[in-house]
Design a binder for this molecule. Structure first.
Ligand code: GDP
Length: 360
């Protein structure tokens, strides 16, 4: 399954954040398979629409979509050279589908910074440099083989791969991650190399309470990492929030000028950063969100429930969540002409409430 690796220098609040994510009752999905490894957490994706559906259908249970977070320890300067837990770090991060960098912006004389002082842009550069160096090593190892293959086979696709890998090498040599390089290189052609900086990035800035609402600081930090998404939170407050009952947590958040907890934002944005979206099913037993990639067709979506659903797909009966809620029942939505029959070429839209028809 798809996972997001949490990386960052020591003492930036990674563990605080990871523990809050996995202990949070509102996010901790009660899946039987949630017990993996101590550094892996399965987290439910917050979606208020599920409660809306459960009310309309009288569902006994709500089952959110989930994503996995992996707490990846060990990045320090020189990690790409095997410093610290360097090699283990690189192996762990290679297995994830996206990289979430936690960057310290909070000041606290009691919490030492490994490089002396708090400097977000320097820390981002430190981490990116290690990832870039690791990718350059991978390329240097692979390129001679790829070039030889392309020469002997004279295969057009292989030649395109070599070309893309050389472009990637130039980009990395300029100190830019492949994710930030935009459309300068076709990342699909680099896939077999599993390069670290080709993964989607997102950034969590761990701020002081007073910094949370500092718009000019936030804009500055956002610019540092664009086009990647930036999330601003105070990990210490997040770990206090999860200990509170819902209403008190909301009150505390609003007191800080926030509408949604940082954890909830992280999970929501992490999910879309992975290129994922959900569709919804509902009935008296459960209201549930199912994970598909953006652009998935109706039969592919059916296949997420069961491969037989995809194989025997006939059509999908679909109503948008908003139309369903406006009509207040499936029957009323039907009468209002809001329920559509979609065929095998239909591309699923966010918020589709679906019932599949299939042959077995
Ligand atoms: P890690 O090494 O990146 O996993 O960092 P930890 O989560 O272990 O945090 C290191 C120290 O910083 C701990 O003492 C935390 O309590 C503290 N800490 C984490 N987040 C914050 C924060 O937002 N503000 C302050 N003041 N301290 C924090």
């Amino acid at each position: 399954s798809l996972s997001i690796g949490i990386v960052g220098l020591p003492n930036v609040g990674k563990s605080t954040l990871f523990n809050a994510l996995t202990k949070n009752d509102a996010l901790a999905a009660n899946y039987p398979f949630a017990t993996i490894e101590p550094n892996v957490g399965v987290v439910g994706v917050p979606d208020p629409r599920l409660e809306g559906l459960a009310e309309v259908f009288g569902s006994q249970k709500i089952i959110p979509a989930t994503i996995e977070f992996v707490d990846i320890a060990g990045i320090v300067k020189g990690a790409s050279e095997g410093q610290g837990l360097g090699n283990k770090f690189l192996a762990n991060i290679r297995e994830t589908s996206a990289i979430c960098q936690v960057i310290r912006a909070f000041d606290d004389p009691d919490v030492t910074h490994v490089d002396g002082d708090v400097a977000p842009s320097r820390d981002i550069e430190t981490i990116n440099t290690e990832l870039i160096l690791a990718d350059l090593q991978t390329i240097e190892k692979a390129l001679p083989r790829l070039e030889k293959e392309a020469r002997t086979k004279k295969d057009k696709e292989q030649l395109a791969v070599v070309d893309a890998v050389q472009t990637a090498q130039q980009i990395l040599n300029e100190g830019t991650t492949l994710f930030a390089a935009g459309d300068k290189v076709d990342l699909n052609l680099l896939r077999e190399l599993h390069l670290l900086t080709a993964k989607p990035f997102l950034y969590v800035f761990n701020l002081d309470e007073e910094e949370l609402n500092d718009e000019s600081l936030r804009a500055k930090l956002r610019d540092l990492v664009a086009p990647a998404e930036a999330i601003f939170l105070d990990a210490k407050i997040e770990s206090e929030l999860i200990e509170l009952p819902d209403d008190e947590a909301l009150e505390l958040l609003q007191g800080l000028g926030q509408e949604e907890s940082g954890l909830s934002q992280l999970v929501r944005i992490g999910f879309t950063t992975l290129g994922l979206q959900t569709y919804l099913t509902a009935g008296p037993k459960e209201s549930r969100a199912w994970t598909i990639r953006k652009g998935a067709t109706a039969p592919e979506a059916a296949g997420v429930i069961h491969t037989d659903f995809q194989r025997g797909f006939i059509k999908a009966e679909i109503v948008s969540y908003d139309d369903l809620m406006a009509a207040k029942s499936m029957a009323a939505a039907r009468t209002a002409g809001k329920v559509r029959m979609e065929g095998k070429d239909y591309v699923m839209q966010d918020g589709d409430v679906v019932e599949f028809r299939f042959n077995v």
